[in-house]
Design a protein around this ligand. Structure first.
Ligand SMILES: Cc1cc2nc3c(=O)[nH]c(=O)nc-3n(C[C@H](O)[C@H](O)[C@H](O)COP(=O)(O)O)c2cc1C
Length: 189
């Protein structure tokens, strides 16, 4: 049984990222894959005010540990000012370096009001996760015009984008398992 975590990539209340994360979680459940959501609204931000890098931060450690122990991550990311949200970078910056993302399988879903569905934000994330030696699942999803285009029960109204989302959900668990079969492709950390 693989352990997948879905990261809802913002702390904005009532976010579309959380709506999409919950929909994706239900689709994985239907595929027989259990997941948990890491909701960045719960990131204990007050503990890191003032830049506490390298200090002992039990609440932060517990929070980020959910991602550290996961076999794979699905990141649902909105676009904020042509990039990904600051809280998501803060979360990544408190993940232990270097092992926590080393060879970690990661699937990426962007969502935005704009026409490109957070493509810029997702590509910036790819750069960061690439730097951290993650295995990025090639099938990315971009949900454009999310407010009109996404329904909590039915998913994405645009048929092609929905197909891409379903293909990602169908394919990602196999990607994670196939990497696990080859010890050289998983982190020993
Ligand atoms: C601070 C902020 C900046 C935004 N910047 C962009 C942007 O650059 N491009 C875009 O298409 N949408 C932008 N939006 C719209 C969001 O991408 C859209 O509302 C998205 O659904 C927000 O995700 P969330 O509900 O998960 O926070 C921005 C929204 C916020 C709150």
């Amino acid at each position: 049984m693989i352990n997948l975590k879905i990261i809802s990539g913002t702390d904005r209340p009532n976010s579309n990222s959380l709506r999409v994360s919950e929909y994706v979680q239900e689709k994985y459940r239907q595929e027989g894959v259990a997941t948990d959501i890491i909701d960045l609204q719960d990131f204990p931000i007050e503990q890191v005010a003032g830049g506490k890098y390298g200090e002992e931060l039990p609440e932060i450690d517990d929070f980020v540990e959910q991602a550290v122990v996961a076999d794979g991550l699905v990141v649902v990311c909105p676009e904020y000012n042509g990039g990904y949200p600051g809280i998501l970078k803060l979360f990544i910056d408190y993940l232990p370096f270097p092992n926590s993302l080393d060879k970690k399988p990661i699937a990426l879903i962007g969502e935005a009001n704009g026409a490109f569905g957070a493509m810029r934000a997702v590509e910036q994330l790819q750069q960061v996760f690439g730097y951290r030696n993650a295995h990025i699942f090639p099938e990315r999803v971009f949900i454009s015009r999310v407010n009109e285009n996404f329904d909590d029960e039915e998913g994405i109204r645009d048929e092609f984008q929905q197909q891409l989302l379903e293909a990602q959900i169908n394919g990602f668990p196999g990607f994670v398992r196939s990497l696990q079969e080859d010890k050289s492709l998983v982190s020993d950390g």
